[in-house]
Design a protein around this ligand. Structure first.
Ligand SMILES: Nc1ncnc2c1ncn2[C@@H]1O[C@H](COP(=O)(O)OS(=O)(=O)O)[C@@H](OP(=O)(O)O)[C@H]1O
Ligand SMILES: [Mg+2]
Length: 354
């Protein structure tokens, strides 16, 4: 299989980092650093970024990484650095062969800072570049709802390997989404799923949790004979995706089921396994540029499960022009068979506002 080693390393790296984020939620009162901010950060973001980048660069030393965070705050604040360092030291897979594959523990606090800062790549059209969101949907994490640890390898600007760890999604691919899916603050037992995909090789899911990783179950989008029966997913935050436009699109498509709101790329994973059908992310702000780490992994997983993903105008997403998708506006993901029907209506709704 193509990119077998990349997928393997990415699955293990994301597994280890996702377990770290779970430990932050339970033992560090969520580890919030800036509660009032519109994009909050937690100590888990730094710990997960350090672990994943050190795993990737151990296996592929010549690759680049675009990571959401940098280590400036930790360098400026020694007690914060110490807190993250303790967290990182405690994060270990219980399968020692797997732990060795991803380079074992990080050796020192300085190495940890360097690993975090190795995520400063500017991205681009050439070569092998990983896109990393250590905690995607931080607001979901803080609510005890959905969040995801997301990692993708882009080859010459094309998302080629994608892995997403979703600690609060049900393990069973057959569990259909309903409006309560994000709310599970107290009972996380039996939850947690790890999605993986390689371009041309299909998408899989497996339980996230401790132990050696399984090969995974093949997943695919639900065959949708009648678009009016679709379940669509959207952001929780109205500032990230226009709930009004999404509702207008759903109504034009004859969809009557209420939308499922959930944070993070758990939306991509959920539609890829057929638990939902469509993901609509209609732009709210004229100036906001979507970040490549918020979409790269999800795009591979949905495409390989039989879906299509473009921006809201039907333009292919261009991951090769830097850290953002600056040539695109919004995101629409749907099964191939109904994609053109969906995008036609999205354009009508957006066009009417121009
Ligand atoms: N204005 C605006 N428009 C669109 N997107 C934005 C905006 N501001 C932030 N972000 C990014 O949204 C990421 C989380 O979005 P989600 O859809 O996953 O979750 S949410 O339900 O909207 O909270 C979130 O990712 P994290 O910061 O990793 O949580 C941000 O990168
Ligand atoms: Mg994000």
């Amino acid at each position: 299989m193509a990119y077998e080693k990349e997928l393997d390393i990415a699955l293990l790296a994301v597994q280890r980092a996702t377990l770290l984020t779970k430990s932050v939620y339970t033992s560090h009162s969520k580890g919030t650093l800036s509660k009032s901010d519109s994009s909050p950060v937690t100590i888990g973001d730094f710990g997960a970024q350090a672990l994943i980048i050190s795993s990737i660069l151990h296996a592929f030393p010549n690759d680049e990484v675009v990571g959401e965070e940098d280590a400036d705050d930790l360098r400026a604040n020694p007690s914060l650095k110490e807190l993250v360092w303790e967290l990182v030291q405690a994060a270990k897979l219980d399968d020692s062969a797997a732990e060795d594959k991803i380079g074992g523990p990080i050796k020192s606090a300085e190495d940890m800072l360097e690993a975090i800062d190795a995520g400063r790549s500017d991205g681009g059209r050439k070569g092998r570049i990983w896109a990393l969101d250590p905690i995607d949907g931080t607001k979901g994490f803080l609510r005890g709802g959905q969040y995801a640890v997301c990692l993708a390898l882009m080859v010459d600007g094309v998302p080629t390997v994608g892995v997403i760890g979703c600690p609060n999604l049900p393990v069973d691919d057959k569990t259909l989404l309903d409006a309560s899916v994000g709310i599970d603050a107290d009972d996380k037992e039996g939850k947690g799923v790890l999605f993986g995909a390689v371009k041309g090789e299909g998408s899989t899911s497996r339980p996230l949790g401790p132990g050696a990783l399984l090969d995974g179950n093949k997943i695919s989008m639900k065959p949708l004979e009648d678009i009016s029966q679709a379940t669509f997913c959207e952001s929780v935050e109205a500032g990230h995706s226009s709930h009004g436009d999404n509702a207008a699109i759903a109504s034009k498509l004859g969809i009557t089921k209420p939308s499922v709101r959930m944070d993070s790329q758990a939306k991509y994973g959920s539609i890829a396994r057929g638990a939902g059908d469509l993901y609509l992310r209609l732009p709210v702000s004229k100036t906001y540029e979507e970040k490549i780490w918020d979409h790269a992994a999800g795009v591979v997983i949905v495409e390989e499960a039989g879906g299509e993903v473009t921006d809201a105008w039907g333009k292919p997403l261009d991951f090769g022009i830097g850290r953002t998708l600056k040539e695109n506006k919004g995101v629409v993901a749907a099964p191939k068979a109904v994609f053109s029907q969906v995008i036609k209506v999205v354009k009508e709704v957006l066009g009417a506002k121009q």
